[in-house]
Write a protein that binds this ligand. Structure first.
Ligand SMILES: Cc1cc2nc3c(=O)[nH]c(=O)nc-3n(C[C@H](O)[C@H](O)[C@H](O)COP(=O)(O)OP(=O)(O)OC[C@H]3O[C@@H](n4cnc5c(N)ncnc54)[C@H](O)[C@@H]3O)c2cc1C
Length: 394
């Protein structure tokens, strides 16, 4: 799908006689244009953007936590995914769609991890500007395709930061169309623009059953969405493919290991909203403890004591956010995680197919591996081989 780069540049030029472009955020009004070097005109083409897991629908998710609320959100699936991520953090998924400005407000206040879960891949030609974009934002993936073409992937936070730096503005109409609330600060500029059509890019046929959400004891693993650019070239897919998971029913001990993976994007339920009172929180119990009644009794005693101390702190006027310091590593949590395939690959080697990995993150990683292998079999072929040899039951 080609984009109307010339039109948007003309539009921005009309708004700013001192063309070309540097769009800054801080002291100046949003969308103010300043700058010096006139860039060449680039052509831009949409290659992929985050698609909903085709097996997710309200029926499939009935009784599966609050996930079905995702479709109560405003806008397209990309915006629903972003709002859901924010509401998972705030424990307010029951309010999905009730605040049309939810995403724009989060962007304004700087809670921007939630806009990292939608990834967009574009092909640029006609200028070598993309070569420099990694210097502006090290979280984008830039690959030279030859013949003056560049493949660039980034999440919507990356694209927003590039636009604010005056880079890649040719892509703004596409990004705006994919997730308008993320790029709300450009709404006025783009108002009269005929925005490009970004029809849903159909996912490549795949082994669909593997994409169903998995419930494994307390643990739930759901593939929320993914991008599948250029799957005929696994080398490109590694950097430019991506997947977003919701992990639930796992301990804080497990997510602490997960968040050590620095190339990922995370939105985790905040413990500010979790009280250590009966019914408000659940502990994750290791199998070894559950199988040993004496050990189990010790754990339960400890949790009862923690609850009593929590109630005492609260009665002394201590706020929830400080009383939560009593929450143990066992506290159940949930987290939305997005990585490109290269980062998932590294994660899987360390956490899913290595027997040295701790049981909870390994089990979680193996469920993710099954789904990742289904959407990108060539990329995860080696992991799959090791997994089936070492772990999978015949
Ligand atoms: C079995 C096991 C035991 C562990 N035990 C401990 C422990 O006792 N204590 C502890 O603190 N951690 C421990 N860890 C965590 C581990 O050290 C890493 O922090 C974690 O696995 C994240 O992986 P990573 O650092 O390789 O890569 P990620 O953060 O996933 O990044 C991927 C890759 O990007 C590159 N990279 C990312 N950031 C940088 C950077 N700033 N500089 C250079 N390169 C970078 C590296 O090539 C890296 O491999 C353990 C992990 C495992 C699997």
């Amino acid at each position: 799908m080609g984009c109307c780069a010339e039109t948007v540049i003309a539009l921005l030029r009309a708004r700013a006689p001192d063309w070309p472009l540097r769009i800054t955020r801080s002291a100046q009004p949003v969308g103010k244009l300043v700058g010096k070097d006139v860039p060449a005109i680039m052509r831009v083409e949409l290659i992929a953007y985050t698609q909903q897991n085709p097996l997710l629908n309200p029926e499939a998710l009935a009784g599966f936590g609050d996930l079905a609320t995702i479709w109560n959100g405003q806008g397209s699936y990309t915006e629903q995914l972003i709002e859901y991520a924010g509401r998972v953090c705030y424990r307010s998924t029951h309010r999905m769609g009730t605040s049309p400005e939810f995403i724009a407000a989060r962007v304004r206040e700087g809670h921007e991890d939630i806009i990292e879960h939608v990834v967009v891949t574009l092909r640029f030609s006609g200028d070598d500007a993309p070569l420099r974009w990694r210097m502006l934002n090290r979280h984008c993936e830039v690959t030279e395709l030859g013949q003056g073409q560049w493949l660039v992937s980034g999440n919507t936070r990356v694209w927003l930061s590039l636009f604010r730096a005056g880079a890649g503005l040719e892509a703004l109409p596409i990004l705006y169309r994919i997730a308008p609330k993320v790029f709300d600060e450009y709404a006025e500029t783009l108002q009269s623009e005929t925005l490009p059509d970004v029809d849903r890019l159909a996912p490549t046929p795949m082994q669909a059953d593997a994409l169903l959400p998995v419930q494994d004891g307390a643990m739930r693993v759901t593939l929320l969405g993914f991008t599948q650019p250029l799957l005929d070239d696994p080398k490109l897919s590694l950097d430019h493919g991506s997947a977003t998971f919701l992990f639930e029913g796992i301990s804080r001990a497990c997510t602490h290991q997960l968040v050590r993976h620095r190339l990922a994007s995370f939105s985790q339920e905040s413990q500010r909203y979790v009280a250590l009172e009966r019914g408000e929180w659940q502990p994750i119990v290791p199998d070894t403890v559950a199988a040993n009644p004496e050990a189990m009794a010790e754990l339960e005693n400890f949790w009862r004591m923690a609850e009593e101390k929590y109630a005492r702190l609260r009665s002394l006027g201590i706020r929830k956010e400080d009383a939560r310091f009593l929450l143990p590593n066992a506290a159940e949590t949930r987290i939305i995680t997005t990585m490109n395939f290269a980062a998932w690959s590294h994660f899987l080697w360390l956490r899913a197919v290595d027997k040295a990995a701790q049981w909870e993150i390994r089990r979680m990683g193996q469920h993710a591996l099954v789904m990742l292998h289904a959407i990108a079999p060539q990329v995860f072929a080696e992991h799959w081989k090791v997994y089936t040899e070492k772990f999978a039951t015949p």
